[in-house]
Design a protein around this ligand. Structure first.
Ligand SMILES: Nc1ncnc2c1ncn2[C@@H]1O[C@H](COP(=O)(O)OP(=O)(O)OP(=O)(O)O)[C@@H](O)[C@H]1O
Ligand SMILES: [Mg+2]
Length: 414
């Protein structure tokens, strides 16, 4: 535990999310070994710091650490960059040159965006991973090197394998220790810690007071899908810090900085199954209604219990009687009710007037469509998190227990 805090402090990692802690913990545990590590996670989740943690906590820390962005090197030169070349091996090769695997002997190589490597380079990489052997481009001499490889990818490598873009054997070799970095939207309240840190950093950098968020802006921050993850949050915090004169940022202002927030038409969001985002305005409204309805139900139950147990003295006038009658009827519908008149404050009739009934029907109709929305949102959230209730509840902004209750109540299969 102490290590965890030390690592976070030393490497400037902000957050306490369980999944993030676990990733750091795995990195620390695996650091002293020579095992290959594959770091996966969406773009901007903070993958780049992990190989540095691993290198610095390993016996190789005094050796070279070389980070290579495999996606940024042209296909024609990548073999030469990684494994070196001999003089005259290709046009322009006027001198022989060492590659990263030769230079980093005794150290660590971080292969970022590893899924971008051409297949022919993947073969060379597999060889050096398995035997420590490599050959410079244009040479026939086999050389040895002792390098620890850490790789990262923000794309789904198994899918790249299915598409014939990535070698399965190399994947298994690299993936000896998998580390998955959670997306920002999964990290709950960590987002506030990150926002505050960035806001303070930029305030210092630009010599101005730090920006703050009002409660609506906080709500939006927490519920936006953050496709660009921490990088996007950092960029937006910087933009807002510079552009906005007012230091307290309201929801409306924040929304202007979030692409897709509220501007996406609902049907598009619902039909797109590649990106199940909860970011549209209408969905936000449903969510608010959904939360309100939950709160209302809880309150109703509470009041009903209090009345039934005689804990409050209900001295009721005309207007209230219908409300109380409804309370008792709803409780009956839930199956928790008493007999119609038992425990019910005296002076109440369970008999409905025509008006009462009409009102009730209206209420039920409305709440039914809201219930449909609830079911839909719950199903979507469960689907998004592969049935993981904790994460789904988090996204929906309700407690796990409430979610559990609703799943039972609506008979949702999960
Ligand atoms: N937990 C964190 N605490 C503080 N800063 C973070 C954290 N995670 C990420 N960052 C910052 O967010 C930015 C993006 O992180 P990074 O470059 O590591 O993303 P990445 O996962 O490599 O993304 P990509 O796949 O697009 O390369 C960096 O500026 C990094 O410092
Ligand atoms: Mg990166």
């Amino acid at each position: 535990m102490k290590d965890l805090q030390n690592i976070k402090q030393r490497f400037g990692i902000i957050g306490n999310h369980e999944g993030l802690n676990r990733s750091i913990d795995i990195a620390a545990q695996v650091a002293p070994t020579d095992l290959s590590v594959l770091i996966t996670g969406e773009s901007g989740t903070g993958k780049e710091i992990f190989p540095q943690v691993i290198h610095n906590y390993s016996a190789r820390k005094h050796g070279q650490y070389i980070a290579v962005n495999c996606g940024a090197i042209p296909e024609g030169t990548i073999d030469s960059e990684l494994f070196g070349h001999e003089k005259g091996s290709f046009t322009g090769a006027n001198e022989s040159r060492k590659g990263y695997f030769e230079v980093a002997d005794g150290g660590t190589i971080f292969l970022d965006e590893v899924a971008e490597l051409p297949l022919s380079t993947q073969v060379r990489l597999l060889r050096v991973l398995e035997t420590g052997e490599f050959i410079r481009v244009g040479s026939s001499k086999v050389q040895k090197t002792n390098v620890r490889v850490i790789a990262a990818s923000n794309i789904d490598v198994p899918r790249a394998i299915d598409n014939g873009k990535f070698r399965e054997d190399l994947f298994y070799r690299l993936n000896t220790v998998p580390i998955r970095i959670p997306a920002l939207r999964e990290r709950g309240e960590d987002i506030f810690l990150l926002f505050r840190k960035f806001a303070v950093d930029f305030a210092e950098k630009y010599r101005m007071p730090a920006i703050r968020l009002d409660s609506e802006a906080k709500y939006i921050l927490l519920n936006y899908s953050w496709p660009g993850n921490v990088r996007q949050l950092k960029n937006i915090t910087e933009q807002i810090s510079i552009i906005e004169g007012e230091r307290e940022i309201i929801g409306l202002t924040l929304r202007n900085y979030l692409p897709d927030y509220g501007s996406v038409k609902l049907p598009a969001v619902i039909k797109r199954d590649d990106e199940k985002s909860f970011s549209s305005e209408r969905e936000l409204l449903y969510k608010i209604l959904f939360d309100m309805k939950s709160d209302m139900n809880d309150l109703k139950k509470l009041v009903f219990d209090l009345i039934r147990r005689g804990d409050i003295d209900v001295n009721l006038h005309e207007g209230n009687s219908q409300v109380i009658n409804n309370l008792f009827r709803e409780a009956n519908d839930r199956g928790e009710g008493s007999h119609p008149t038992e425990n019910q404050p005296s002076g109440f009739s369970t008999h409905q007037t025509r008006n009462d009934i009409q009102d009730t029907e209206e209420i039920i109709e409305e709440s039914l469509s809201l219930a449909d929305k609830e079911v839909e949102m719950i199903k979507k959230a469960l689907e998004k998190y592969n049935g993981k209730r904790k994460l789904a509840a988090n996204e929906l902004g309700i407690s796990e227990r409430t979610l559990y209750r609703k799943i039972k109540e609506y008979g949702i299969e999960s």
